[in-house]
Design a protein around this ligand. Structure first.
Ligand code: 5GP
Ligand code: MN
Length: 337
């Protein structure tokens, strides 16, 4: 792995290390950050994991998660730690703009920076960069990184649990972005005794009743299918957020239901949040939602899974999406299977 020798030199003495990941951290952001943290702590480093915003409650069970600092909740411990930080590790994002004010804290520091990520178009940040857009997840890349650093370090069930969580969630339970290398990695994790069924249950089978009712509401009352453009849209307005007491993470996975329809090639899920309209895009086949997220919604991500936002109204956002569709019609109606 190119550059790993330099990393080895940097990490050869105990360091103060800050690990950051993106706003609204998902299983991959959390899993990769915790895996890296646990690994570095075993090597004698002092590590802080910081996210710009809270993580979903379904990840409360993860090892060491109680140590994670949230900038939105309390920036002070992070700001204080940054004064002593020597190494910055950027996981599952590739532009400091994705971590808002936390990014500003790091911007002017001249820190040795390690970037491990699988999103498209990385900014050239990082002294050591492991960026592979064909990888299933940042967790798979963290596995690859630790493996090339020192294979014996992977014989740790806690680290394996964190890595597996990100792989499981970012591949939609092994539906997409799979590869022989990924399955070899998972096989190695299972060989050390990982209970994959238990992890699956913890993440996917622990819903509250109100969440299943919210899903019912989305499908019954908030879903629009634009068959002509092979597009499905679900939106939630401010009122829905109140009625269903929607908390962080409660809307996770809803967008994927649209893709279950034979005639939906692109899924769009729009949420009216207090200050912005947040949008998730998903697609099947070659159709790139990344381009739409980037060009029209200040966002980005991957070809088949991207996100973005607008600062306009919910109605204007819906109108904008519908206005864009005709120019993508030819690509959208292309048969997938
Ligand atoms: P989700 O729809 O689950 O929030 O995000 C899907 C993918 O798009 C993730 O890989 C996420 O990192 C990326 N993404 C979501 N929102 C944004 C955004 O506002 N900007 C960028 N650049 N990427 C985003
Ligand atoms: Mn990821």
């Amino acid at each position: 792995m190119q550059g790993i020798e330099e990393v080895r030199t940097v990490l050869s003495t105990p360091k103060n290390i800050l690990i950051t990941s993106h706003r609204n951290p998902d299983g991959d952001a959390i899993g990769s950050s915790l895996a890296m943290c646990l690994w570095l702590e075993k090597k004698g480093h002092r590590v802080m994991v910081a996210f710009p915003s809270e993580y979903p409650a379904i990840y409360h069970w993860m090892p060491e998660i109680e140590q994670v600092q949230i900038y939105d909740v309390d920036p002070d411990p992070i700001a204080e730690f940054v004064n002593h930080v020597e190494v910055s590790i950027i996981l599952d994002y590739n532009s400091l703009t994705r971590i808002d004010k936390l990014g500003k804290l790091l911007e002017d520091k001249n820190l040795y920076t390690i970037l491990i990520d699988h999103h498209l178009y990385p900014d050239p940040i990082g002294d050591f960069i492991l960026s592979d857009t064909s990888a299933s997840s940042t967790c798979e890349l963290v596995y690859r990184f630790i493996e090339s650093y020192d294979r014996s370090n992977l014989n740790d069930l806690t680290i394996a649990t964190c890595i597996y969580t990100g792989i499981l969630t970012d591949t939609g339970s092994f539906q997409y972005s799979t590869s022989p290398a990924l399955f070899r990695c998972v096989a190695a994790l299972q060989e050390i005794g990982l209970d994959t069924t238990a992890i699956h249950d913890r993440i996917f089978n622990t819903m509250e009743e109100k969440n299943l009712r919210l899903l019912g509401h989305c499908l019954a009352n908030r879903m629009e299918i634009l068959e002509e453009y092979r597009t499905g849209i679900i939106f939630l307005n401010k009122h829905d957020f109140q009625v269903y007491d929607i908390q962080r993470g409660d809307t996770e996975g809803i967008v994927n239901y649209l893709l279950k329809l034979k005639n939906v090639h692109m899924a769009v899920f729009i949420r009216q949040q207090p200050t912005i309209i947040k949008i998730s895009f998903r697609s099947k086949g070659d159709f790139s939602v990344e381009e739409i997220a980037k060009n029209y919604f200040n966002g980005g991500g991957h070809r088949n899974a991207s996100g973005g936002y607008t600062k306009s109204s919910l109605a204007a956002t819906l109108d904008l999406i519908k206005a864009i569709l005709p120019s993508y019609k030819e690509q959208l109606i292309k048969p997938i299977i």
